[in-house]
Unconditional design. Structure first.
Length: 416
């Protein structure tokens, strides 16, 4: 108590004297270097964008880029901390003409060869970055801490749209439109406390891949028309994916793999996928709750042999039924994306899985189908209507398939 009183008295005296008192922490290493104050640079006053970026002192500053088309053939390198690059909206257009797989922007420490080097607080906002089939990433960042990217239009790059590698501390990517990139819209490796919020993803290979990371917070994004998958999370834990609209992937909407654990997938709308909705391939202690699945062609949720201890609850699994005996889409069409479809849950060699409180309506498949390699399943308190429509008559809607030490009871369905 005496120590606390002394500390309070010291701070009171410092405040009265008009002093700023700070406590030394480990974050002191992230403080800007001593040198001239940060500056403001108008890029139009320099012969090239790279010359404007190189004019920043070691303490950083603001570089503003006026409207215009800026063609480049080698990466724009940003290596100073406390730096912001600010465009004039999509009218500021950086076009990467490189055909050797190099990125348009490369953000990295000045001591690039030193694996321990880090650069802090680089921001990019309000400009367009595009490439070509032979170019690399739109923006690549290596070892940038507290990076902040927003208001960017990133499209038609030969690599990923945004690629973060070992940007460990608090990366933030928000309010961007990321489209038509040959790789992932966003590729993340070795990061933590990640925020991916309110972005628009369309027709990339995958929307997001988050690898070897933790504490991903991905909320409120719109993900449409991807050539492979929507969200792929591997070797990552303690994360949440919620409130996203994920539509029309040629593969699967969300995949958890390679020792993923402690992840919540909640309140997403998952619609119109040629493969499936959520695939728990190697995922443990995860919750799948409050999602809506419609027009997922092979499965809505699958839990594989390398996954378990998962909870699947309070989700809606449905087809395109709109009431009054009508369905929005036809039973048959020239393309799979055009037909009515609804699928349920597949449990394949998994164990310790709870399926409770879900609704299963208008499904071509069973509501829940397990195989004999599963064990310790509890399928309880679900409601089913009009399931197994494309299966032989009498096919069970809830089929635990001889799974060991398992219970299927208390489910309500009008099976004829």
């Amino acid at each position: 108590m005496l120590r606390d009183m002394n500390r309070q008295f010291f701070h009171l005296c410092a405040w009265a004297a008009g002093l700023l008192v700070t406590t030394a922490t480990a974050q002191d290493a992230a403080a800007p270097p001593v040198g001239p104050p940060p500056v403001r640079i108008d890029a139009s006053a320099y012969p090239t964008l790279q010359a404007a970026l190189d004019a920043l002192p070691v303490t950083g500053g603001l570089v503003t880029i006026p409207p215009g088309n800026y063609e480049i053939t080698s990466p724009l390198v940003v290596k100073t901390p406390e730096t912001r690059i600010e465009g004039s909206g999509a009218a500021t257009h950086v076009l990467n003409k490189n055909e050797a797989g190099e990125p348009a922007f490369l953000l990295r420490p000045a001591e690039a060869a030193d694996p321990k080097a880090r650069v802090w607080r680089i921001q990019l906002g309000n400009l367009r970055i595009s490439g070509n089939p032979k170019s690399g990433d739109g923006l690549r960042a290596d070892r940038v801490q507290e990076i902040f990217l927003h208001g960017l239009s990133i499209d038609h790059n030969g690599g990923h749209g945004i690629h973060l590698d070992d940007c460990y501390e608090d990366p933030r990517i928000s309010d961007n439109i990321i489209t038509y990139n040959a790789g992932s819209g966003v590729e993340i490796q070795g990061c933590h406390d990640i925020v991916i919020n309110a972005n628009h993803f369309e027709e990339n290979l995958d929307a997001l891949r988050c690898l070897d990371s933790f504490n991903l917070c991905m909320n409120g994004n719109n993900i449409d028309d991807h050539l492979r998958n929507g969200i792929v999370i591997e070797n990552t834990y303690g994360s949440i994916v919620s409130g996203n609209m994920i539509e029309e992937c040629n593969g699967t909407a969300i995949i958890l793999d390679r020792d993923a654990y402690g992840i919540t997938l909640s309140a997403n709308v998952i619609a119109h996928h040629l493969e499936g909705g959520i695939d728990l391939r190697d995922a443990w202690g995860c919750a799948v709750s409050g999602n809506t699945f419609t027009i997922a062609h092979k499965f809505s949720v699958r839990v594989g042999k390398d996954a378990g201890r998962d909870s699947i609850s309070a989700n809606a699994f449905c087809n395109t039924y709109i009431g009054g005996g009508k369905e929005k889409r036809p039973a048959e069409a020239k393309e799979l994306m055009g037909i009515d479809e609804g699928t349920g849950i597949l449990l394949e060699g998994t164990r310790d899985v709870l399926v409770s409180g879900n609704t299963f309506t208008g499904l071509s498949t069973a509501a829940v189908k397990a195989d004999a390699a599963c064990e310790r399943l509890l399928i309880h308190g679900n409601l089913a209507t009009d399931c197994s429509r494309k299966l032989p008559a009498g096919t069970p809607w809830f089929d635990i398939g001889g799974a060991k030490n398992s219970v299927e009871q208390g489910n309500l369905g009008e099976q004829k």
